[in-house]
Structures are given as structure tokens and as C-alpha cells.
Ligand binder design. Structure first.
Ligand code: BV8
Ligand code: ZN
Length: 241
């Protein structure tokens, strides 16, 4: 039995029209991370942070999964039907993997579709509220719900799930991530330090780091909607006899 782990980043959603973070015109080009994606930023200026996320929620309306998301749903079905294990770990907060139909998904950086109350932990799912005014908690009355996303210096969600998957996988595929944010970046690096044989895939518009190439990484270079279906075929050929 083989355990396949796929890690995705903003690049897998780029062709659905969602800006990445570090490409030209990326999200971090127009905002200072520390102002809008840290607990300190939220404490100092909650309205600016709230408006940053409400705009991303509004931009997400009508956005659909693309062929890369759909290919990963197909991969999961093929592997599970053949008795293998599959875990999809995503850094993205757009929810497109779940919308596409992926089942075993770890949204390690949270979700744009959800608000959370810091006082009573009450959560609100969905996109009914898209205004720029801060939203009081309808459970305890606390003055402002927060986006249920993981900011820098905050603990990612469900660490036991992603750590177990990364530790036990035999095939690891990284799709559309710059590999600059930890702990996800550490997953990729840890694959090259393992003693047991692991097949590693890199799917990105940019080639893999030179040092990774030397270690026999399987590269699928180009847009995710074109390359992920090809990579999925390769993984199925490798794993499903
Ligand atoms: C934490 C949610 C600890 C919000 C985000 C060492 C160890 C541990 C921590 C650290 C460390 N060093 C530094 C840290 C701290 C920090 C960190 O990593 N900093 C970086 C900048 C160095 N990490 C943290 O703070 C993390 N927390 O470590 O907690 C802890 C422990 C115990 C107790 C308490 C705390 C939390 C990090 C999460 C931050 N939140 N997002 C939001 O989205 O607004 S991060 C943000 O970056 C997004 O989630 C995004 O997904 C993520 C990574 O970016 P990418 O997805 O890779 O996107 P990017 O634009 O960079 O790249 C896109 C790629 O796609 C490119 O390669 C491009 O070539 C490619 N591409 C583009 N188009 C396409 C494509 N590929 C294919 N097809 C295309 N069409
Ligand atoms: Zn509350």
C-alpha cells in the first residue's frame, strides 16, 4: 500500500483567477504582510485587516476549481479505489479543492469561507456577510469576529494530520508553491533528507531548485491546468499496477 501526499500552494488556483502571493501583481506586492497577515496587524488595525480579507472573499465569489483541482480529485479516487492512501495538504484558503470534490484535505492555513470568534471559538461558515464593517460575534457578542485563517507566527491547523501524512508518505508531490513559507516549506525539504525511497514530484511554472534536480525529482514544468493531469497519470502509472 502506497501513501501519496500532495502539497499545493497558490499556483494551483492561479488559473482560476486568484492572484498568487509572490508573483508579479501578487497579493504581497500590494500589501505589507505584517500589516494584513499577522496577529499584530489585526491588533493594531483590525479594520484594514478585515477589509483585506473581505475583498478576497468578494473576489472569490463565482470562482471555480480548474482542471488541476479536478485532476487531483481523479487521483484521489483512483488511489483510494486501488487500496492506497491519499492526503491533500493545501496552503490555500480559497476552498477550491473541497469545491472540486477532494475528500482527504488538510487546509493548514485555514479558510476564507469561515469566521472565528477569538473569545468563544464560535465559527460562521459561508459568504453571506461580505461587508467592510467589522462583524460582532452572534454567540457571545464579542465586538469582532476574525477571518479563520492562519497568520504568520500562528500555529497552522491540524498539525497532527499533516505531520503524520508527511512522515509516512512514499510519494510526495508539490504543486504551485514557492516553498518559502514554513512549516510547509519544511515538508518539501524533509523529502530530500529521508533515507527510505520516496518519489518526489515538482509541478510549477518555475523549475525546481538546482539542488533538488540533482536528487532525481520528477518535474512537470508549466501551468498547473496542463501539467497536473500529466503528473496524475504518471503517479497512477507508478503506484497502481
Ligand atoms: C508558524 C494564510 C510556528 C493567510 C499564510 C521556520 C520554522 C517555522 C516557522 C518559521 C520558520 N521561518 C520563518 C517562520 C515563520 C513563518 C514563515 O514561514 N515565514 C516565511 C516568510 C519565512 N511561518 C509562520 O509563521 C507559520 N506559522 O511557523 O508557527 C508556531 C509554532 C508553535 C506555536 C505557534 C506558532 C504560519 C505560516 C502561514 C501564514 N499564512 N496564508 C492568507 O492567505 O492571507 S502564508 C501564504 O503563503 C499563503 O497561505 C500561501 O499559500 C503561502 C505560501 O505561498 P505559496 O502558496 O507558495 O504562493 P506563492 O505566491 O509564494 O508562490 C506561488 C507559486 O506558484 C510560485 O512558485 C509560482 O511559480 C507558481 N505558479 C504561479 N502560477 C502557476 C504556478 N504554478 C503552476 N501553475 C500556475 N499557473
Ligand atoms: Zn464569541
Amino acid at each position: 500500500m502506497t501513501h501519496v501526499v500532495v502539497l499545493t500552494g497558490a499556483g494551483v488556483s492561479a488559473e482560476s483567477g486568484i492572484p498568487t502571493f509572490r508573483d508579479a501583481n501578487g497579493l504581497w506586492e500590494n500589501h505589507k504582510v505584517e500589516d494584513v497577515a499577522t496577529p499584530h496587524g489585526w491588533l493594531m488595525d483590525p479594520t484594514t485587516v478585515w477589509r483585506f480579507y473581505q475583498q478576497r472573499r468578494r473576489d472569490l465569489q463565482g470562482v471555480k476549481p480548474n482542471a488541476a483541482h479536478e485532476a487531483l480529485v481523479h487521483l484521489e479516487r483512483r488511489l483510494v479505489d486501488a487500496g492506497h492512501e491519499f492526503t491533500l495538504i493545501t496552503q490555500n484558503i480559497d476552498g477550491l479543492h473541497l469545491d472540486a470534490g477532494s475528500k482527504n484535505v488538510v487546509e493548514m492555513h485555514g479558510a476564507l469561507r469561515r469566521f472565528r470568534c477569538q473569545k468563544c471559538k464560535h465559527t460562521i461558515e459561508g459568504f453571506e456577510y461580505l461587508d467592510d464593517e467589522l462583524l460582532p460575534c452572534d454567540n457571545c457578542g464579542w465586538m469582532m469576529m476574525r477571518p479563520d485563517v492562519v497568520w504568520f507566527e500562528e500555529m497552522p491547523k491540524e498539525p497532527e494530520r499533516y505531520e503524520t501524512a508527511v512522515r509516512h508518505c512514499n510519494v510526495f508531490a508539490s504543486i504551485g508553491t514557492s516553498g518559502e513559507v514554513y512549516p510547509a516549506a519544511g515538508f518539501i525539504q524533509s523529502m530530500f533528507l529521508r533515507s527510505d525511497p520516496t518519489t518526489i514530484y515538482h509541478c510549477n511554472t518555475d523549475p525546481a531548485l538546482v539542488q533538488y534536480k540533482a536528487m532525481g525529482i520528477k518535474e512537470f514544468i508549466g501551468p498547473a491546468t496542463e501539467q497536473v493531469p500529466l503528473m496524475v497519470d504518471d503517479i497512477c502509472g507508478l503506484v497502481i499496477s
